[in-house]
Design a protein around this ligand. Structure first.
Ligand SMILES: *[C@@H]1O[C@H](CO)[C@@H](O)[C@H](O)[C@H]1NC(C)=O
Ligand SMILES: *[C@@H]1O[C@H](CO)[C@@H](O)[C@H](O)[C@H]1NC(C)=O
Ligand SMILES: *[C@@H]1O[C@H](CO)[C@@H](O)[C@H](O)[C@H]1NC(C)=O
Ligand SMILES: *[C@@H]1O[C@H](CO)[C@@H](O)[C@H](O)[C@H]1NC(C)=O
Ligand SMILES: *[C@@H]1O[C@H](CO)[C@@H](O)[C@H](O)[C@H]1NC(C)=O
Ligand SMILES: *[C@@H]1O[C@H](CO)[C@@H](O)[C@H](O)[C@H]1NC(C)=O
Ligand SMILES: *[C@@H]1O[C@H](CO)[C@@H](O)[C@H](O)[C@H]1NC(C)=O
Ligand SMILES: *[C@@H]1O[C@H](CO)[C@@H](O)[C@H](O)[C@H]1NC(C)=O
Ligand SMILES: *[C@@H]1O[C@H](CO)[C@@H](O)[C@H](O)[C@H]1NC(C)=O
Ligand SMILES: *[C@@H]1O[C@H](CO)[C@@H](O)[C@H](O)[C@H]1NC(C)=O
Ligand SMILES: *[C@@H]1O[C@H](CO)[C@@H](O)[C@H](O)[C@H]1NC(C)=O
Length: 490
C-alpha cells in the first residue's frame, strides 16, 4: 500500500510546531466516575448491558443481552477508570473515594465468560475478550482469565479461511458469501495478544494475512475505505465491495475508517511491519483531512450535506484514541519521528475538543458521557443522535493515553510542552534513542524537537520535500497496483 502525503499533512509537518489546541478538561471530569458508578450499581439492569441511549430520547441506556457485540465495553470502561485512578493518577480528586473499580469491572464481565461455550458474535469475540485480556495483563498467573481469552481466540481462529486469507466477519447471507468488514481489523488484537502469551506464530500469521488482504481490498489509494468486502469462499476472489452501514457502496463510513486507523496501528505495534504503520497513517490522514467544519465526522464521509447529516461522535473518539496510539508509534521510531507524533497528537486533541463542544452531556439525565453518536443510520428507523457505549469507552481511553504520553496530568493540566514527551508510553520496543541510522529518514531528524528552531524547521522542510519526492517516485507502483483492483462494482 502506498499513499501519497496530502498537501495538508505535508504542510502541517513542515510548519514550525505550534500547539493550537488545549486538552479539554471534560476528559478528566469527576462526572465520569459519577456516571459510571451510577450505572455500575444500578440494580435494575442485572445481566443486561448498555449499548446506546434511546434514539432521539431521554438519555437512558437501552440494554442488551450478553451475546451482543458491545456487551464488554461498559466493563472495559470500569477497567479504564481502574487504570486511571490506580496506575496513572493515584489520589486523583476526580475519583470517588473507596470505589474498587476493578471489582466493579469484574462484576460486569462475569456474565460474558460463558460466551466461550456458545455465542453469535462472529468476529466480535475480539471486542468481548477485552476485560479478560485486561485481567490477564493485570495478573499473568490468572489461568481462569487466560482460559477465557483462549476460548474466544479459538472462536476467532475457527473463522479463518486459508483460501480467502481472512477471518470471516459475518455469517451469511448465503454459503457463497465470505463477508469481511473493516471493523474486523480491531478484533485482530485477540490473535496478537494470545500469540504474545503462547508464542503461537500461526496466530500472528493469520492476523497478518487478514491485515494484508484488508490493505489490498478494503483500503483505497487515497486512504479511504470500503466497509464490506465479500469474498468467494471457494476461490478467495473478491466478488463484491460495498457497505452495510455507510451512505453508499462506494462511500467511506466514518466508524469503519476509525477502526482501520486503530487496527493497523495495533498490527504495527505488535509486528513492526512498516506497511501497517503506513496504512494507519494513510487512513488517519484521510480521516483528519476530510472532517467537516465542526471538527467531528458525520456518520459517513460522503453523506450528502443537505439536509445536514448526523454526526458520529463514536467515530471521533475511536479515531482520537487511535491517533494517540499512532502518535506513540511515531515517537518510537528510531530516530523518533517527533513532527509526526506531534501532528497526530494535535489532530487527536482537536477531535476531542470538537467532540466535547458538540456532545458532552454533564447532566444526570444522560447516562452516557457523550451524545450525538450514530449507531446505524441505515437502520429502519435510522439510529442516530444517541449516546453510545463505545463512544464513551474510547473517550476515556483517549484521556488515559494523553496522560500516558506525558501530555497532561489527570486534571487535564498541560505538562511541558503541549507537544509532550517524545518517547511516548514506555513498554514499546522502540527507544527513540536516535542511535544508529534509520532506514526511512535522515539520521539527524531526532534533533527536531518541541523547541523547534528556525534551522531545524528548515531541515524538516527539506525532509518533507525529500519524502514527498520519494512518494512521487513511487507513483508508477501505485498505478500498477490500482490496475489490479478491477472488481469495484460501483
Ligand atoms: C426513556 O425512554 C425509554 C423508551 O421510551 C423508556 O423505556 C425509559 O423508561 C425512559 N427512561 C426514563 C428514565 O424515563
Ligand atoms: C481472574 O480472572 C477472572 C475472570 O476474568 C476473574 O473473575 C478473577 O477475579 C481473576 N482473579 C484474579 C486473582 O485476579
Ligand atoms: C496455534 O493456533 C492454531 C490456531 O488457533 C491452532 O490450530 C494450533 O493448534 C495452535 N498451536 C499450538 C501449538 O497450540
Ligand atoms: C503480509 O505483508 C507483509 C508486508 O508486505 C509481509 O512481510 C508478510 O509476509 C505478509 N504476510 C502474509 C501472511 O501474507
Ligand atoms: C449496494 O449494492 C447492493 C447490491 O449491489 C444493493 O442491493 C444495495 O442497495 C447497495 N447499497 C447502497 C447503500 O446503495
Ligand atoms: C503494544 O505492544 C506491546 C508489546 O510489544 C504490548 O505490551 C502493548 O500492550 C501493545 N499496546 C497496545 C495498545 O496494543
Ligand atoms: C513521520 O510521521 C509522518 C506522519 O505520519 C509521516 O508522514 C512521515 O513520513 C514520518 N517521517 C518519518 C521519517 O518516518
Ligand atoms: C446533539 O445531541 C443533542 C442531544 O440529543 C441535540 O440536542 C443536538 O441537537 C445534537 N446536535 C446536533 C448538531 O445534531
Ligand atoms: C436520524 O434519525 C431520525 C429518526 O430515525 C431520522 O428521521 C433522521 O432522518 C435521521 N437524521 C439524519 C440526519 O439522517
Ligand atoms: C511549563 O512551562 C510554562 C511556560 O513555558 C511555565 O510557566 C510552567 O511553570 C511550566 N510548568 C511546569 C510544570 O514545568
Ligand atoms: C515521558 O513519558 C514517560 C512515560 O510515560 C514518563 O515516564 C516521563 O516522565 C515523561 N517525561 C516527561 C518529560 O513528561
Amino acid at each position: 500500500m502506498t499513499c501519497l502525503l496530502t498537501f495538508a499533512l505535508a504542510s502541517a509537518l513542515s510548519a514550525q510546531f505550534v500547539a493550537t489546541q488545549t486538552v479539554p478538561s471534560e476528559l478528566y471530569s469527576p462526572i465520569i466516575a459519577q456516571k459510571l458508578l451510577k450505572t455500575a450499581q444500578s440494580q435494575s439492569i442485572a445481566n443486561s448491558y448498555p449499548q446506546y441511549t434511546y434514539p432521539g430520547g431521554n438519555g437512558s441506556w437501552d440494554l442488551f443481552t450478553a451475546d451482543t457485540w458491545t456487551s464488554a465495553f461498559f466493563s472495559g470502561e470500569l477497567y479504564l477508570l481502574n487504570q486511571r485512578f490506580t496506575t496513572l493518577c493515584p489520589g486523583n480528586s476526580a475519583n470517588i473515594d473507596g470505589t474498587n473499580w476493578i471489582a466493579e469491572g469484574m462484576d460486569w464481565s462475569e456474565g460474558l465468560a460463558g460466551l466461550t461455550a456458545s455465542n453469535t458474535l462472529g468476529h466480535d469475540v475480539g471486542f468481548i475478550s477485552q476485560p479478560f485480556r485486561d485481567d490477564v495483563a493485570l495478573n499473568f498467573a490468572n489461568s481462569t482469565a487466560l482460559d477465557i481469552v483462549q476460548g474466544f481466540n479459538a472462536d476467532l481462529s475457527a473463522r479463518f479461511s486459508p483460501i480467502v486469507g481472512c477471518t470471516k466477519s459475518w455469517d451469511g447471507p448465503t454459503d457463497n458469501d465470505f463477508e469481511v468488514i473493516m471493523d474486523n481489523m480491531q478484533n485482530l488484537v485477540l490473535f496478537l495478544f494470545t500469540a504474545s502469551l503462547t508464542g503461537n506464530q500461526t496466530l500472528v500469521d493469520m492476523a497478518m494475512s487478514h491485515a494484508n488482504k484488508t490493505i489490498e481490498n478494503h483500503v483505497r489509494d487515497d486512504g479511504s475505505s470500503f466497509h464490506v468486502v465479500d469474498y468467494d469462499p471457494t476461490t478467495g476472489g473478491v466478488q463484491w465491495r460495498g457497505t452495510a452501514q455507510g451512505y453508499s457502496n462506494s462511500s467511506t463510513w466514518s466508524r469503519g475508517q476509525a477502526w482501520g486507523i486503530y487496527g493497523f496501528a495495533t498490527m504495527y505495534n505488535f509486528t513492526r511491519v512498516q506497511t501497517y504503520l503506513d496504512t494507519s497513517r494513510c487512513m488517519a490522514d484521510y480521516f483528519v483531512s476530510n472532517l467537516p467544519e465542526a471538527g467531528v465526522p458525520y456518520w459517513d464521509f460522503n453523506a450528502p450535506l443537505s439536509p445536514p447529516p448526523s454526526y458520529d461522535t463514536s467515530a471521533a473518539t475511536i479515531a482520537a484514541s487511535a491517533l494517540l496510539f499512532l502518535s506513540s508509534m511515531e515517537a518510537q521510531q528510531s530516530p523518533a519521528n517527533t513532527s509526526g507524533a506531534q501532528h497526530w497528537q494535535q489532530a487527536a486533541i482537536s477531535l476531542l475538543s470538537s467532540t466535547v463542544q458538540l456532545a458532552w452531556q454533564p447532566g444526570g439525565d444522560w447516562d452516557s458521557l457523550l451524545s450525538n453518536g450514530t449507531v446505524n443510520n441505515r437502520a429502519t428507523p435510522p439510529n442516530n443522535n444517541t449516546g453510545v457505549i463505545y463512544g464513551d469507552y474510547y473517550f476515556i481511553e483517549a484521556g488515559n493515553r494523553l496522560v500516558e504520553l506525558g501530555l497532561v496530568d489527570c486534571s487535564g493540566a498541560v505538562l511541558n510542552g503541549t507537544s509532550g514527551n517524545s518517547t511516548g508510553p514506555s513498554g514499546g520496543s522502540g527507544t527513540g534513542s536516535g542511535s544508529g541510522p534509520s532506514p526511512s529518514g535522515p539520521a539527524n531528524s531526532a534533533a527536531i524537537g518541541p523547541q523547534t528552531s528556525l534551522l531545524s524547521a528548515g531541515i524538516l522542510g527539506i525532509l518533507v520535500v525529500v519524502v514527498a519526492l520519494m512518494s512521487l517516485y513511487d507513483t508508477a507502483g501505485i498505478m500498477a497496483w490500482s490496475r489490479g483492483k478491477t472488481e469495484i462494482m460501483d
